[in-house]
Design a protein around this ligand. Structure first.
Ligand code: OKP
Ligand code: ZN
Length: 346
């Protein structure tokens, strides 16, 4: 199995995020990807390489040009406001909500940031665009590997992607890597593809991107949004709309859910993906379902992830894994590579 490693990921290194009225150190740190890479190499699981180059136009298949232009220029705009800003990350603090207009991009930079985001927990740094773009290229490269006939591939990147929408960032995510991978498979001629999101948090960005699409099935197993981030999406009654009705499956589970219950949801999701007739699978591989995760509430153990990989392999689909969350930094490498090893059976 080939891994496409985001060699530029450490250029995205947020300082602080807003949490309960205070600025606290970021959970989404470069060491997360370092640990996964180290564990891949320790077990010699496949080969590791840098992503292929893709045109920026590959990104417009999923993201709006207006949003991409914002991401590409945000840091320079921020520093142009005041050279002293270079020492601080960009954090939004004002947003349009119901009854506001979002069709006009304000000139005021703070207002602009709010237009393209939905929380104050996702710092945008000097290297965020470069890192996120290289991460998108990892996901596209992993998808391309399936087009070439490989059974599995892995995009090892951060920042994660599944909370990013067509034109917004949030939840530590800026470009939706899983959505880009799925779209790449469609563009390459696969008629139906599925995204399975096993991160603890609902993949609201991915769901929104494909909500009215009949050709991309989205399934997600996650903490119940009544209590868990991202709160405003991810309920079981969200089934898709228009031509996409029936191609969205949310399986929310309460805090405290253990592996036995979680694995039943996984089987439900995989059965739906097979009934849909997907030709390939993109897995949003979040490892924050782990019992030791500092910001999540499920109780999966390290060994369970070997079984997760085995179950995913049984679906029999070409599968691109895309790294998402997982904040128990010391264990995230073991847990992620357990899934991959369970899948490949090595
Ligand atoms: C991103 B991914 C913790 C607050 C949680 C947002 C969580 C984003 C998770 N202090 N803030 O899905 O792993
Ligand atoms: Zn998560």
């Amino acid at each position: 199995m080939k891994t496409f490693y985001n060699h530029l990921h450490a250029q995205h290194q947020g300082k602080v995020e807003m949490f309960r009225g205070a600025l606290v150190p970021c959970f989404e740190v470069p060491a997360r990807a370092d640990h996964v890479l180290a564990e891949l190499k320790r077990r010699q699981l496949g080969t590791v390489q840098n992503p292929h180059a893709f045109d920026d136009s590959a990104l417009t298949a999923i993201h709006s040009p207006r949003y991409l232009n914002f991401l590409a220029t945000a840091w320079d705009q921020w520093v142009a406001l005041d050279p002293a800003n270079a020492d601080k990350d960009i954090l939004p603090s004002v947003w349009p909500t119901r009854t506001f207009r979002t069709d006009i991009e304000p000139d005021n930079f703070a207002a602009k940031v709010g237009l393209y985001s939905y929380d104050a927990g996702s710092p945008f740094t000097s290297g965020t665009w470069v890192a996120a773009r290289a991460g998108a290229h990892c996901a596209l490269s992993a998808a391309q590997q399936l087009v070439l006939g490989d059974r599995a591939s892995f995009a090892l990147s951060r920042p994660p992607g599944h909370h990013a929408g067509m034109d917004f960032f949030g939840g530590y995510c800026f470009l939706n890597n899983a959505a880009l991978a799925a779209q790449h498979l469609r563009n390459a001629g696969m008629k139906k593809v599925a995204v399975l999101d096993v991160d603890y948090h609902h993949g609201n960005g991915t769901q929104a991107i494909f909500y009215d699409r009949p050709d991309v099935f989205f399934a997600s197993i996650h903490g119940d949004p009544r209590t868990e981030y991202p709160f405003y999406l991810g309920h079981a009654d969200e089934k898709g709309q228009g031509a996409g009705l029936g191609t969205n499956l949310n399986l929310p589970l309460p805090r405290g859910t253990n592996y036995a219950t979680w694995a039943q949801a996984l089987d439900t999701a995989l059965a739906a993906i097979q009934a849909f007739g997907a030709e390939a699978l993109v897995v949003s591989l979040g490892m924050d379902t782990f019992e030791g995760d500092p910001i999540s509430g499920f109780t999966l153990k390290s060994d369970d992830y070997l079984r997760v990989g085995e179950r995913l392999a049984k679906a029999g689909l070409p599968t691109a894994f895309v790294f998402e969350g997982g904040y128990a930094v010391e264990e995230v490498g073991i847990n992620a590579v357990n899934v991959l090893q369970g899948f490949t059976g090595d």
